[in-house]
Design a protein around this ligand. Sequence first.
Ligand SMILES: Cc1cc2nc3c(=O)[nH]c(=O)nc-3n(C[C@H](O)[C@H](O)[C@H](O)COP(=O)(O)OP(=O)(O)OC[C@H]3O[C@@H](n4cnc5c(N)ncnc54)[C@H](O)[C@@H]3O)c2cc1C
Ligand code: FES
Length: 262
Amino acid sequence: MKNIECIDLRVLELVPLDGKEFFILRLCSPKWKYRPGQFVMIRPISWGYDPFLPRPFSISNLDEDKLEIFFQVVGRGTKKLAELRPNDVVKVWGPLGNGFEIDESLPILILAGGMGIAPFLGLIKNHPYPENIEIVFGHRKNLSCYPLKNISRKILIWTIRDRSERDLLRLKKAIQVKIEGYSADGQIFACGPLPFLDMVHTVCTSKKTQLQISLERPMACGIGVCLGCSIPATSNKNFQVCKHGPVFRCGDLTTFCEHRGF
Ligand SMILES: Cc1cc2nc3c(=O)[nH]c(=O)nc-3n(C[C@H](O)[C@H](O)[C@H](O)COP(=O)(O)OP(=O)(O)OC[C@H]3O[C@@H](n4cnc5c(N)ncnc54)[C@H](O)[C@@H]3O)c2cc1C
Ligand code: FES
């Protein structure tokens, strides 16, 4: 059984990146050890019963001083998160799920689409050899919406704005070329919206390349109890994304393409 805690943490600060939609939430540190790709369920005390359920977020970074979440406002819960003030109290469950299996001696290719950058911020910050990491980052919004300033000083980052069919083809081409370059002796990690992951998965499968992929599903409990986040696995079983993932090896998800919409 993993060490999962439920803990009350104070808000240190909420940093708006674009003024209204993209934020970094900094909480006091729970001083956990975590693996990039793991996540927390969070629920501010001020929510009362509305919304009732906590919301899942990747641990963007976690050190002795702070826990960082990078989030986008998409609905009721995230809108309320964006109203938090310093010293407000947030209930946090974590660290949850399985993160990326990282071999620090091997080069890493990160393929991130939009908010899929979130789990990689801490990975890059804390990696002993960041010069061995390269990112292809596909995004729809302005680059200023994403917290790239610190990481772009450390690693090679290719950003491609994806707003038209033509951009999408450029992104696909860049991903194909990069995957080929890393297929022999690198590690490839991906996170992003489902169509993006689907494209990455298809390219990696055709090149017979290992890939670790982080999936998102709406979650109620985050610990494998409610079965609300189930997806089909290779065998006749289902996986719970919160408990068996959210990071999966692609070989375990051969049904991924058939069940794009899950
Ligand atoms: C493991 C995991 C890690 C995540 N990490 C991050 C992160 O680092 N930053 C971040 O901004 N978001 C992250 N998300 C997504 C985040 O949990 C949802 O955006 C959030 O729960 C929406 O809450 P809401 O109340 O604002 O929206 P709701 O009112 O609940 O929903 C608004 C819209 O968002 C959709 N939605 C809700 N949950 C999800 C989901 N899990 N995936 C896709 N669409 C969803 C709904 O279908 C609806 O269309 C993560 C999700 C998971 C499962
Ligand atoms: S969210 Fe409850 S089982 Fe995964």
